[in-house]
Design a protein around this ligand. Structure first.
Ligand SMILES: NC(=O)c1ccc[n+]([C@@H]2O[C@H](COP(=O)([O-])OP(=O)(O)OC[C@H]3O[C@@H](n4cnc5c(N)ncnc54)[C@H](O)[C@@H]3O)[C@@H](O)[C@H]2O)c1
Length: 253
């Protein structure tokens, strides 16, 4: 029996990176998973590779109509979802003084509004199923600031706060809500921010965290698995780091 046997999960931004790693681990641990993303080709390929317990569905997390369609599909294929992983996110950098409102809103739309719509859409089906677990992927930048990342930090701090409020509000329905705060993880998000699109090149340097290495998507997926499973049954409204010690404090040699 897997650690998620019998669970039905929706994973957003599941076509690559951390979300893909979560989808793989969830299926391995016995869950049936709706993998969602806006990268349809990549997401479809992953779902086919994972077999009958994974289905891909296009879902732009900022669109209410896409959430409704995803719920139709997951219900038809598997049943009401009992796990939601709000993982989809975008990262862009610019100094505050030159950041347009349009760019700011683009980040908030995906990273913040997407999490709100996802959580709200899952309350009724999770209540129907008798409970559930929501895992929101925030960031170390949902706990502390970062140069040239005002919109990203705003959106990720919002996720930290929404998680706490939802954890309090939804406890009466046996729905637990926790946030995960990754540090530097070797994914395409980092490679694209680096400008090369090459993960190896973007992560060739020491990331400057106490652990002295880049995190891998699997490091994050294992924490998400714990928070999605009954092993974390007394945790809600919590903020869990997986950051190699980045947010522990200043590091001097
Ligand atoms: N990589 C890191 O260092 C790092 C650190 C802290 C937090 N995070 C967070 O982890 C999450 C996953 O990041 P990743 O590193 O795997 O990045 P990634 O870019 O590899 O994956 C993100 C996925 O989200 C999808 N996506 C983007 N906009 C979307 C939208 N509107 N609707 C649905 N899907 C959308 C992308 O297509 C992509 O497949 C993000 O929320 C990110 O902010 C990453």
């Amino acid at each position: 029996m897997g650690r998620l046997a019998g669970r039905i999960a929706i994973v957003t931004g599941g076509a690559r990176g951390i979300g893909a790693s979560v989808g793989r681990l969830f299926v391995k641990e016995g869950a049936r998973v709706l993998i969602t993303d806006v990268r349809d080709e990549l997401g479809g390929t992953l779902a086919r590779e994972l077999g009958p317990n994974a289905v891909y569905q296009h879902l732009d997390v900022g669109l209410e109509s896409d959430w409704a369609a995803a719920h139709d599909v997951v219900r038809r294929r598997f049943g009401p979802p009992t796990v939601l992983v709000n993982n989809a996110g975008i990262f862009r950098t610019a100094p505050i003084e030159s950041l347009s409102l349009e760019s700011y809103m683009e980040i908030v739309r995906t990273n913040q509004i997407g999490v709100f719509l996802g959580m709200r859409s899952c309350i009724a089906p999770m209540r129907e199923a008798g409970g559930g677990a929501i895992v929101n992927i925030s960031s170390a930048q949902g706990l502390e600031g970062m140069t040239n990342a005002v919109a990203y930090c705003a959106s990720k701090f919002a996720v930290t706060g929404m998680t706490k409020t939802a954890g309090i509000e939804l406890a009466k329905y046996r729905i637990r809500v926790n946030s995960v705060h990754p540090g530097p993880i070797a994914t395409m998000l980092v490679a694209e921010a680096h400008g090369t699109g090459d993960i190896a090149a973007a992560t060739a340097h020491d990331p400057g965290v106490p652990a002295r290495r880049w995190g891998q998507p699997e490091d994050v997926a294992r924490l998400v698995l714990y928070l999605a499973s009954e092993e974390s049954s007394y945790s809600t409204g919590g903020a869990f780091t997986v950051d190699g010690g980045l947010t522990a404090g200043l590091m001097y040699e």
